[in-house]
Design a protein around this ligand. Structure first.
Ligand SMILES: [Zn+2]
Length: 279
């Protein structure tokens, strides 16, 4: 397999995640000059949502790609078609830049398991001690990064929405540079394996009869992304100060604890299974 020399870097898929937007706005020339062997293209994915300073205008662009065959009129549906057409012009690696309000450090989310995607993840997790790999297999190809066989989501946090913070901004840039460095070599190193956290179960907030929030993340659980859980643990506290316990029968690891964007769905965190995947 030959690596593509074209890399499409996408910022602002979510309009209120300002880090990726600044990368696309301010670092194009810097990256093009630093990596002359590569053909770099940049997309500002959702400028209308950014004008409104919101995650999306009509629907979540980073879920909209599963509906490409449907007749829809939403702004994000139109953008999904336009972005897909750009990605498909030539073979490429897609890097989709996101941030999270959850204290997850630097994460790479891989949605299609193949040698190039997994070897990039392995390389980055060796180079950045706090860079973890999350596996989110995407059979419906709903994510923007899944629109090419080769693609990764960069998910850096914690940072509040609509804020530019030095640490996530500089970390995102450093991750991009390492990926582009690796893409500048023509060889794909295979025959190794990478350790990843594969999403396995979503956990929702305690809710009342009308779906209203009845509790919050327990102080002892806040910020515990990627911490090993097995047996009983206490993820929630009710507003009446009662602890809510959960029990699991295997080693699992929580991610996206208290992510702001998931409150509308009442999604509190996601549990992952640690796996070693060969490539
Ligand atoms: Zn995002």
């Amino acid at each position: 397999m030959k690596k593509p020399t074209r890399v499409v870097i996408v910022g602002g898929t979510h309009g209120n995640e300002w880090t990726g937007i600044q990368i696309v706005r301010h670092y194009q020339d810097y990256l093009k000059n630093k990596f002359p062997k590569l053909v770099l293209e940049f997309i500002f994915a959702n400028p209308v949502a950014h004008e409104e300073n919101s995650r999306f205008k009509d629907e979540d662009l980073n879920r909209a790609f599963q509906y490409l065959d449907e007749k829809r009129t939403s702004y994000e549906h139109i953008r999904a078609h336009e972005i897909k057409a750009i990605i498909e012009r030539e073979p490429c690696l897609v890097l989709d830049l996101h941030t999270t309000t959850s204290a997850m450090g630097n994460s790479l989310i891989v949605t299609r398991y193949n040698s190039l995607n997994l070897s990039l993840c392995a390389k980055l997790s060796q180079q950045f001690p706090d860079c973890r790999v999350i596996g989110a297999p995407d059979p419906k190809l709903k994510f923007l990064a899944s629109q090419s066989e080769f693609g990764l989501i960069l998910e850096v946090g914690p940072v509040a929405n609509s804020v530019v913070d030095a640490v996530p901004l500089e970390s995102t840039l450093a991750l991009i540079e390492q990926i582009l460095e690796a893409m500048s070599d023509s060889q794909i190193v295979s025959g190794n394996c990478v350790e990843l956290y594969e999403e396995t179960q979503d956990v929702y907030y305690p809710q009342g009869e009308k779906g209203e929030l009845n509790g919050y993340i327990h102080s002892g659980f806040q910020g515990k992304n990627f911490h090993l859980l097995n047996g009983k643990f206490v993820p929630f506290m009710t507003f009446q100060k009662e602890s809510i316990e959960m029990k699991i029968d295997e080693d699992l690891y929580p991610i996206f604890i208290n992510e702001a964007a998931y409150y509308p769905q009442k999604l509190a965190f996601t549990l992952c299974r640690k796996k070693s995947i060969s490539y």
